[in-house]
Design a protein around this ligand. Structure first.
Ligand code: SF4
Ligand code: SF4
Length: 379
């Protein structure tokens, strides 16, 4: 098959945050330093080379950027200051845009203004929708009960509709990811039975991010683990226990304790990450893309308004609680509808998928090699 190089690829990657790729002279220090770089996935040197050569199709089918957790060790060791860690991060953004069939991810990465405008637009539409619905059927002075401004049952239906839209968008992008990285790979055919056998890898990597713990510094892993578990806990509470969460003004400890713990986890980790990005003392936080800020800003608004909501409702301040809830949703909806499928939150899905696919492909490659030399297959 003819290989078509894209001479403008490095310039294109600059939009996604890559810098200094041309400085790389392929000494291999970065791959030797990287705790995750193992056969058959030797990175980041290989990605730097593919980028310099403009091998767009090869990079699109690569899982390696997702195997990097941006511990930053390679960038610290690079003698040319070619920033391989940041390049891997940029490649993850670039791939996010490639997997996205709508083109929205690419638009957000290319233009901070477009992302901000989209977030504002969705926030305003959310506010308009909730206010219209609330005033049409209830009283703003009533938080729950028969004349509630926003009854929990209606909010629940809205949440499930949002989840369905999200699943369609993210599911389609994940399918495209599979097609680019595994499905259309003619050299490695993964049998269906292997997908089934290794399916446990998906929840394992999703919930524990255990590979991240192999970085020399353990703190970033702990922070991401807390962020992840808090987010998932909150999602489960909203999707399955909304009516119990909504109850009050008395505290329902059996569910509220999880809500409070998850909110505290979200707030604490977001503040830590914001501080790190502002201080820039660690290599992985030295350069921030605009999309990194949006992700953190929305998260902090969601967590802060969630706490305010809980407090206002317990104090019996129903009108304020209703107004605050609309503000809360003005951050929740753009976060779920725009950031999860099209921006940094989507990495939560792509990374465990990549771990899963990489394992399947590696096993198949080993199996083919054994077959070629006539060695017995592993049990
Ligand atoms: S990125 Fe740096 S460490 Fe890695 S191969 Fe290039 S010059 Fe060497
Ligand atoms: S940032 Fe860390 S995980 Fe990523 S390639 Fe460099 S050394 Fe490996």
């Amino acid at each position: 098959m003819a290989i078509r190089a894209n001479p403008k690829l490095i310039t294109e990657l600059e939009i996604y945050g890559a810098q200094d790729v041309s400085k790389c002279y392929h000494c291999g220090n970065c791959s030797a330093t990287c705790p995750f770089s193992k056969e058959p996935y030797i990175f980041p040197r290989r990605s730097m080379r593919s980028l310099q050569m403009g091998l767009e199709a090869k990079l699109e089918s690569d899982l390696e950027p997702w195997l990097c957790y941006y511990c930053g060790e390679c960038s610290t060791e690079c003698p040319r200051d070619a920033q391989p860690g940041e390049t891997m991060m940029s490649l993850r953004r670039w791939l996010t845009a490639r997997y996205d069939f709508t083109g929205i991810a690419r638009l957000f990465y290319k233009s901070a203004k477009a992302e901000i405008l989209a977030v504002i637009l969705v926030a305003l539409l959310t506010a308009a929708g909730f206010l219209l619905y609330g005033f049409s059927q209830g009283s703003i002075t009533q938080y729950d009960g028969p004349n509630a401004f926003l009854p929990a049952s209606s909010v629940h239906i809205f949440d499930w509709t949002l989840a369905a839209v999200l699943l369609i968008l993210l599911g389609t992008n994940c399918t495209r990811m599979w097609w680019f990285t595994v499905g259309r790979d003619k050299k490695v055919h993964v049998p269906f039975s292997a997908y089934v056998k290794k399916i446990y890898l998906l929840p394992m990597h999703f919930f524990t991010q255990m590979r991240y713990a192999q970085c020399e510094q353990k703190r970033p892993w702990v922070i991401h683990l807390v962020l992840m578990l808090s987010y998932v806990t909150m999602l489960v509470l909203i999707m399955f226990f909304l009516e119990s969460m909504w109850s009050g003004p008395a505290v329902n400890w059996s569910v509220h304790v999880f809500g409070l713990a998850a909110t505290a986890g979200l707030l604490a980790t977001t503040i830590i990450l914001l501080r790190k990005r502002l201080k820039k003392t660690e290599v992985q936080y030295e350069q921030s893309h605009e999309t990194d800020w949006m992700f953190l800003v929305l998260l902090i608004v969601v967590a802060a308004t969630g706490i305010v909501q809980f407090t206002l409702h317990r104090l019996g301040l129903d009108t304020a609680a209703n107004v605050n809830y609309v503000i809360h949703m003005m951050a929740v909806v753009p976060m779920l509808l725009l950031e999860v499928p099209f921006s940094k939150w989507s990495h939560m899905a792509y990374r465990p998928l990549a771990m899963y696919f990489a394992d399947l492909k590696a096993e198949e490659m080993v199996s083919k090699e054994r077959e070629a030399v006539g060695a017995p297959q592993a049990a």
